[in-house]
Ligand binder design. Sequence first.
Ligand code: SAM
Length: 269
Amino acid sequence: MAGGKPRQTADWLAGFHAVEAALRHDGERVQEVIFELGRQDKRAQQLRELAAEVGVAYRDAPATYFAERVRADRELGRHQGVLAKYLPAPAGDEHDLLALLDGLREPAFLLVLDGVTDPHNLGACLRSAEAAGVHAVIVPRDRAVGLTPTVRKAASGAAERLPFIQVTNLARTLAALKERFIWIVGAAGGGMVSLYESDFATESVALVMGSEGEGMRRLTQEHCDQLIYIPMAAPVESLNVSVAAAVCLFEFRRRRDAPGVLSEQPRVR
Ligand SMILES: C[S@@+](CC[C@H](N)C(=O)[O-])C[C@H]1O[C@@H](n2cnc3c(N)ncnc32)[C@H](O)[C@@H]1O
């Protein structure tokens, strides 16, 4: 990437879950933990011990300090009397993606989100993607939410562990994946093949989901080898993107986990 990756600025993490996940999985990037003065309960004590174990400084601050932080950053949400200053790792780029693919010892399993803008949806997608064994989540750099504190909180630790790749040109990235024999399967309410009949679930595959409002862009759709739909029992217009992603990912996971499946020879395009 020309000019290298942009310099990261520190984010705030709020709440026990988010702070604990960062300490456990990305401790060297936590700069300090701040407890609300008077929090001496067992949970706070355990978190202090974890911070000490990881070598992260912690201190107490009055309730007014927490109120100020929340006022300054509306995204912080419920802090439960604990905040952490966190220097996030920069998101990966196209080169990181190719390096990651080179290092895989099993058929690639990727999630592509074409313009998801709601941080709660992205967080939920990351959480499900990690649980389903996805190797990386790919998003466009523009017109999509990145790894904000709200996303990190909703992802419950997955944002610190799962490779997150931001690309400048999603269509070009999909073309590059195809060159590496990765099938592109798009999920769309108007898809042609039922999720349960997709024959790409067990191969090197990138599952593409559309955005909340518009769905998948036309150019993205044109790169798909197959468009699948989730059969629905009632005439609902569509599912929330994170719900649809979880349904598709876990169906693919189920099929990939069948005995002997991932060891079979991959099909050639
Ligand atoms: C809220 S939906 C977008 C709705 C949008 N109006 C459209 O027509 O695509 C967000 C994304 O979730 C996925 N999705 C939702 N319902 C689906 C279904 N029944 N089958 C397949 N994918 C679905 C698709 O990837 C879709 O782009």
